[in-house]
Write a protein that binds this ligand. Structure first.
Ligand code: CA
Length: 569
């Protein structure tokens, strides 16, 4: 409440000065859901040739492409909360999928509006509370539907009860229609616009518009090597268990590795047309089954991506036709990346490259030279400061992130720019069997600490550390944490992780029981490793028992909710 009041107060002050400034550009912020950078052809990679994204590539080619943009917590609501508030999740409180940003705290909307922008939020919102700080909104309830979607709009009834139904249409087309309609008839053209245009696609379970049903049907989709070969040095006690005993149980899989949840188990039921007629997994080898699941997965995912790219073409064409294209800062991103079969993992949540990295393309030819690329490290908490900077709006003191506008305009980072991206995934073992972790990524290395517990220190999985050299091993196949020749690097990165935690304010006070575990295994000496092996055995027994009883880890974010509500001294 206090923060909300401060923000509103700050905005009133900002308003008086901002109106006076020169003509400001429109801002179109386009965000997809789970659209990994390596599924955009401007980023190259194994899919670039078979599944090109020409309209997204146009934004990249005519603007700036960021190769080191990262989310600080690779999951939907938390990333959206970072972008709206400019704060890390331990500050904005959106630790997990229960995360919300209440009216009065939707900083980016408030600041833009106070500075004279006409603000609109169209598409996937996923922050529970009403997007009331936007002047116009039309948002999906929660995840929303791929087909015949319903939207929540402002109206006479309470939040959530005023709806618009769009039968027989695909959600990506509808969201674009709504934005085009608003740009034509809703936007007050005496002011610049700030439009957040958020696609639901390609979030799972993927469902494309019918017109893409045959797209890629006859194309061999390249596979990542790590789908097949798990380097013996990849991962740690945390992700493999003692003597690899947890390999089946950590991380949901493409093939049948994870007995609880895999695409092999789910996709034949969801997309039977992508599998051979009368498909029965037992008629195929393990390798054949994994390949069939992977193909079904990538086809459905990339068909959704194709729908996004085509619809972005419609947006660009409209802006061009109406003479707004070059006066609009166009940003394309996704709330985080996605594992497309790397390491036989599905989903996001991981700090591994494919999941932690966000695509980030910005087009604004007035100040950004075409073809700019940069490897400066930027985080999603920096996005709102950057947008406000482009808009010529002062950045509220509540914002932790920093504007990287100058980086976009010059391709180089200013003196003193951050050299570490911070990462923390809190939602321990929920949904996709990913243990909670914290870490930093530099331009050359990644240090990950799986401390392995939920908010109250419970549901333990074995703690473990991983260190990857991203120069010599960009696909993260060799954990060099235990390599004797790397011990000074390990010590240096651990100290940088500690100081980064301090810098961002993730000081352990939010969940003290969890922090006890974080501290306990920080050194990871011989005694810690022995304890970790015991935790591994205990977790294996627990998981096997759960599988026998067909139950799964009670979603640990709900544990947090209860704990937070109780507020034990
Ligand atoms: Ca997402």
């Amino acid at each position: 409440m206090r923060l909300g009041t401060c923000l509103v107060g700050w905005c009133l002050i900002a308003m008086t000065t901002a109106y006076a400034s020169e003509k400001r550009p429109n801002i179109l912020f386009i965000m997809s859901d789970d659209h990994a950078a390596h599924a955009i052809s401007a980023y190259g990679g194994r899919l670039a040739k078979i599944a090109p994204t020409p309209h997204l590539d146009r934004i990249a080619n005519e603007g700036a492409r960021f190769t080191n943009a990262f989310c600080t917590n690779s999951i939907c609501s938390p990333s959206r909360a970072c972008i709206l508030t400019g704060q890390y999740n331990h500050v904005n409180g959106a630790f997990d999928l229960d995360g919300r940003v209440d009216p009065g705290k939707q900083m980016l909307a408030l600041a833009m509006r106070s500075a004279g922008y006409h603000t609109a939020m169209i598409g996937k919102w996923h922050l529970k509370a009403e997007p009331a700080d936007f002047e116009h909104y039309c948002v999906l309830p929660g995840q929303g539907q791929y087909h015949s979607p319903s939207f929540r709009v402002r109206g006479d009834k309470p939040w959530g009860k005023n709806t618009v139904e769009v039968p027989d249409r695909h959600v990506t087309d509808v969201i674009t229609d709504f934005s085009l309609e608003w740009l034509q008839n809703g936007w007050d053209k005496t002011r610049p616009f700030f439009l957040m245009h958020h696609y639901k696609a390609p979030h799972d379970y993927f469902d494309n518009a019918e017109r893409y049903d045959s797209y890629l049907a006859d194309v061999d989709i390249p596979e990542p090597e790590s789908l097949w070969v798990r380097d013996p040095l990849f991962g740690s006690m945390a992700t493999r268990g003692d003597q690899d005993e947890l390999l089946p149980h950590i991380g949901t899989s493409i093939g049948g590795r994870n007995p609880r949840r895999s695409y092999l188990r789910d996709l034949p039921k969801l997309y039977p047309e992508e599998f051979p007629p009368n498909y029965n997994a037992s008629d195929f080898s393990e390798e054949e089954n994994t390949r069939l699941s992977y193909r079904a997965y990538l086809r459905k995912f990339l068909r959704c991506v194709k729908g996004i790219d085509d619809n972005i073409g419609r947006l660009l064409a409209h802006l061009e036709k109406t003479g707004q294209l070059d006066n609009t800062v166009i940003v394309y991103t996704a709330d985080q990346g996605f594992m497309l079969g790397e390491h036989d993992y599905q989903d996001k949540r991981w700090m591994y490259e494919e999941s932690q990295r966000m695509p980030l393309l910005i087009r604004f030819p007035k100040t950004i030279p075409a073809g700019t690329t940069t490897d400066a490290i930027v985080e999603n908490v920096d996005f709102p400061a950057t947008l406000l900077d482009f808009a010529g709006v002062a950045i509220p003191p509540s914002v932790q992130g920093r504007s990287f506008r100058a980086v976009a305009e010059t391709g180089t980072e200013p003196e003193g720019w951050k050299q570490e991206a911070y990462y923390r995934y809190w939602m321990h073992m929920a949904h996709h069997d990913n243990p909670a972790h914290v870490g930093i990524r530099t331009k050359t290395h990644k240090l990950i600490y799986y401390y392995g517990c939920n908010y109250d220190g419970g549901y333990r999985t074995p703690p473990g550390w991983e260190l990857y050299d991203l120069c010599s091993d960009p696909t993260e196949t060799k954990n060099i944490y235990d390599d004797p020749s790397q011990q000074s690097l390990v010590a240096d990165l651990k100290s940088r992780l500690a100081s980064t935690r301090e810098r961002v304010g993730d000081d352990g006070s939010h969940f003290p029981k969890c922090e006890e575990v974080v501290k306990q295994f920080w050194d990871y000496d011989a005694a810690d490793r022995k304890d970790a092996a015991l935790i591994s055995h205990e977790f294996l027994n627990r998981r096997l028992d759960e599988l026998r009883r067909d139950i799964h880890n009670p979603f640990t974010h709900r544990t947090r909710k209860r704990k937070t509500a109780q507020k034990q001294p």
